[in-house]
Design a protein around this ligand. Sequence first.
Ligand code: ATP
Ligand code: MG
Length: 350
Amino acid sequence: MVDVILTGDRPTGKLHLGHYVGSLKRRVELQNSGQYQNIFIMIADAQALTDNADDIHKVRSNIAEVALDYLSCGLDPCKATIFIQSQIPELCELSFYYMNLVTVSRLQRNPTVKNEIHLRNFQQSIPVGFFTYPISQAADITAFKANIVPVGEDQLPMIEQTREIVRSFNTLYRKVLVEPKAVLPENSTCSRLPGLDGAAKMSKSLGNCIYLSDSSDEIKRKIQSMFTDPTHLRVQDPGHTENNPVFIYLDAFCRDEHFAAFLPAYQNLDELKEHYRRGGLGDMVVKRFLNEILQNELKPIREKRELLSTDLNAVFDMLKDGSQKARTVAAATLDEVKSAMGINYYKNGF
Ligand code: ATP
Ligand code: MG
């Protein structure tokens, strides 16, 4: 079996550090490993509309922003098919058939849906499209017969739901669909990067992000105002490094060579943490260090992004080509699905 990757993002905002460490960096590595012939990267505009139906402009305008983020991080349209979800109508058709394989109570139990309903304050007014988006996500993954889905931790229940739909379909009809596997970042801190405010997840919808496109000054300002340890009031006080977002970001981004370059008084992160816990190390020193690391990581991405954004037509052409390619693949799967279900009447006969 060939390995096929599918993953994507909702165009609800520009991409942030959580996307970068949680999924984007891994995609670029997988793409450049040369081991995967088929890599599909989807801009999930239809899914974004499930909770933004009243703000089409937001979703529409962020398609180009997400595409720019992709290209500036190193996704390469010659190696990966980058496409727009709404341009593949076959995905809606697949979702429609999969809806019969899932119960309402199973969707209600999905922890990600539960949590997102709570975060969005929907209470009793949950749009049906939002409630059923795990099913549409199953259509996205299975349409490309993807077996590998690089995602952050919040997406694990979605992949599980897809696996259940695949098993039901293959048992009821014929073995057509492929069961996918979620691939999480190796560094567990990167699976769910917290927000600048210490919230459990950096998220576009919560506005607690450092964006890949932020200017150097914005990054600095955001780091300076980050939450740290509320019990570490004076420099000499002992501090806590766990649940301290500044140290969590260092866990995600810091490598030993950063000390030689930016903070030579320490050899590694363990030594820095030890000093903070003992007392005598101020938040500003640690934040300045984090700032150097992030500036260093984000500068080349931002510069590439600025260059690419001077020719948006080229970006839209790339998305159009990608969507055409993706559509051909999804249509072939839909054909197989309908044949397996016995509803391809005019092709297979009544
Ligand atoms: P929204 O608030 O609109 O849902 P989001 O910030 O959660 O946006 P998505 O487009 O839903 O971003 O997620 C795209 C991918 O990025 C998913 O694989 C998700 O797991 C991953 N991801 C998102 N936020 C984080 C984070 N803070 N840490 C690690 N991975 C993340
Ligand atoms: Mg999300």
